[in-house]
Design a protein around this ligand. Sequence first.
Ligand code: C2E
Ligand code: CA
Ligand code: CA
Length: 972
Amino acid sequence: MCTLAEAPIVTPSTPSLATRTGMAILLADTLAGAAGALVAALGEAGLPGCRVAWEGPDGALHAHPASVPGDLPSLRGDAAAAPGHARLLCDAPGAAAWLLPAPGASLPEPTPAQQQLLELGARRFRDLFAFKHLSGSVQALAQAEKLQRALFAIADLAGSDRDMTTMLRGLHEIIGQLMYAENLFIALYEPGNDSLRFLYFADTVDKEEPQPGEEMPLSALDRGLTWYLVNDCKPLMGSMEAMRRQVSGPLVLHGAEAHDWLGVPMVRDGRAAGVLVVQSYVEGIEYTESDRAVLAFVAEHVLTAVERKQGQARLEQHVAERTRQLAEANAELQQQMARGERARHLQATLYRIAALTHDEQTSEDFYRHVHEAVAELLNAENFYIALVAEGGERLDFPYHVDAVNPSVGSRSFGRGVTEYVIRQGQPVLLDRAAMDALAARGEIEFGSPQQGYGQPSLYWLGVPLRGAGGVIGAVAMQSYRSDVSYDEGDASLLTFVSNQIANSLQRREHAEALRRLNVELEQRVQERTRELREQIAVREQVEARLQHEVMHDPLTGLPNRLYLRDRLERALASQRRNPGQQFALMYLDVDRFKVFNDSLGHLAGDEVLREVARRLQACVREPDVVARLSGDEFAVLLEHSPLPQTACKVAARIQKALQAPMQVGGRELQASASIGIALGNAHHANTDAVLHDADVALYRAKAAGRQRFVLFDESLHRNAMDVLDLEHQLRAALANGEFEPHFQPIVGLADGAVAGYEALVRWRHPARGLLGPGEFLPVAEECGLLEAIDWQLYRADFRDAAPLLGKDGYLTINVSPRHFLDETFDQRLLALAAGAGFNPRQLRVEVTEGTLLGEPEAVARTLGRLREAGVDAALDDFGTGYSSLSHIHRFPLRMIKIDRSFVAPLGGEVADRSTAIVSAILALANSLALEVVAEGVENEAQRQALLAMGCTQAQGYLFGRPQPAAHWAGRG
Ligand code: C2E
Ligand code: CA
Ligand code: CA
């Protein structure tokens, strides 16, 4: 501006008078300067006291010399109306200048010089006005540009991501570039609660500045400048005085009083949304209209910026809020997930513990795995399992892991915390104080390490182990650290664990029991199998033996009847196929075997049979068969023996072989056999037929006298038929009562006086006359009729004998061995005697040695009972059986009858042996106080010999043959 002002203005004409003053006018570089130069020049040119007034582009009216406001006349339009009053010098767009007369004078018509000066002045004013106008425009443009830049900066600030405070500080700076703004505040009006919120406050004087964001009720600033700004929604500017005039009511000052003040409302929709205030406490710094306009303009943008920033902040806040909410939700979700994860882990662990119980592993491994699983869920650094043992006497610790206390395998059941849990049967959660309290009550004791107790812990959790029959132990955890304690949740978890352990223990027990059972079973099965195998082996042996036995005779080892039949059948079959193939069957009966047997005993008899068997076998050769059929019966099957002579030769050989003496029971015996021979032929329909023929031949051989062999022929067949016939006849004889007793007297040897009679059976055969026992008793015995015949005879004996006996005589009856098989024999006999009126004391039963030895006990019993009833016993045929003299005393005997075979040689030439035997018998009998009867005394020599030996009684043809009772009747 200075440059412009100093620019030389060249005028075309320069009058001399006016040249100097005119030059001054033209050189004036301000309106005031130009006015002063014109006034001075006019004064020099004869027009003094004039004033110049002008109105600039800013609209204000100035004058020179200066005058008080209001003393200037109204100039526009008036100058023309009153030409003496004022003269228009120049009228430019937006600007004019007037020449005013001196006060109280009027303007004269100017002189040409004056006119020249006036034109110069007008010209200068026009130039200066133009210059002013131009420089104003430049200034405005600069201002506008400055404003423009400020607005850009504001927009930039508002758009930046700086925070509100930083932005406001930035705004402050920007405003400070536009005007004096050392003291500035920005506040927003909140119509909702009628309050002001101070966003920004900078003040060099007022130190009681509100804090940013502080909210203040508008009433607190009642009728203050800010209050009016908001309520009037109009800018206020100037000194307090000036503003007092601007406000719509009385003004009340709040805070420090400023020298100059400029406030603009920040308008939104015609209402004040806030205020922007700058103030000056410094004299000389005042605000201008331009400042007001700028500030009002800026305020609008500040509001926008603030609102934008606030919006942004709100958005950010909202975003932050949303973010926070999301974060919270996320955290919650995370927590849920974590809880879920924990729950899943817990469940998985519990499942694992539960699954452990089914694992096949050692108890130690099982406990360890359980502990590991528990340790995943709880602090189980110190963990143990206790089991009640020895019927409650002890406490075992099969598992014990402890950081402080060493493991004890076992201790006696005492009063520790573990025992307490077991006694309580419930989970127990203890801290040190609770333990001390329990100890004070005597519920628990702190035992010594020697007793198997550990150092007490700070926290202790134990739960009982429940078995099927109650508490069997406990599971416990303990802590020696103050930062590790347990709660109810831990207790229920440990309870779960304890249940699993108890399950496992029980399962293990069952499994163990099952295993033991299996082992036992296995053992038993093996034992049983072995036993069975043994039994099978035994059975197989037995079967083999049985098989053998079935086909063989156990005594001699010879094939038996079954075997023989089999072979016979084959022989028959082969003969049928080939009629030239002859075979012979021999039946063999050992003569007098019964005597061997009865007198020497069964053992000796058996020995005889075995010896016979051996000799028979020695007489034949393969394929001939020697078989034992029964008792003393043998058979020999001769195969391939075409001629009867061959069979007879073999029979003779056999007889010869048997004749050789044999040693049996320390005695020398001589055996012989009767042999019947049948030759197999076409007539034999079957084996039975062959066997029958041989049997018949044997019978004949026996009947013909011992030691013979008979070859079967048809005549034999007839005799065989006789045997069968005889059986029929015996039955008939029984029915017809054809048997009758004969009596033979037993006499005193010295005088022949009759002491008693022996009853002997006779058969009065209707066709064959009187038959002796030898003719029918063997057949009767064979066909089981003997006993029946005896009973019939006994009845007749009692009847017939009674008259013969007198009061002292006795009757002897012969009793065959088979009678003693019947235990009721004695009763029956006595009943029969009683029935016949026969005195039992006059009855004696004759039994043979064989009878005595056959069933010794039964015979002795029966004889004992008979003796009690008065019936005595006599031993018949003594000597034939080689009875040991020593054992006859066991039987209740009254009398011994010496067999006639010993009597016969007496009195003869070679009687030595018999004499010795009879003497011995007599001596024995004497020592046993037995009566002795010599049988078969036929001549006087025998009588004398017997008498000489001291024998007193005898029986024999010498004294009388057996005769019917009638024969003896009346003979005394
Ligand atoms: P025994 O009991 O030894 O009977 C004596 C036998 O010797 C009788 O033969 C008799 O007649 C015979 N006798 C008697 N004195 C002499 C003599 O001086 N010289 C000879 N050589 N013989 C004499 P008997 O009657 O033929 O009886 C034979 C056997 O029959 C008896 O032998 C007896 O064992 C048995 N017996 C006879 N009667 C019966 C009876 O009623 N029941 C039973 N179970 N058996 C009887
Ligand atoms: Ca007799
Ligand atoms: Ca006799």
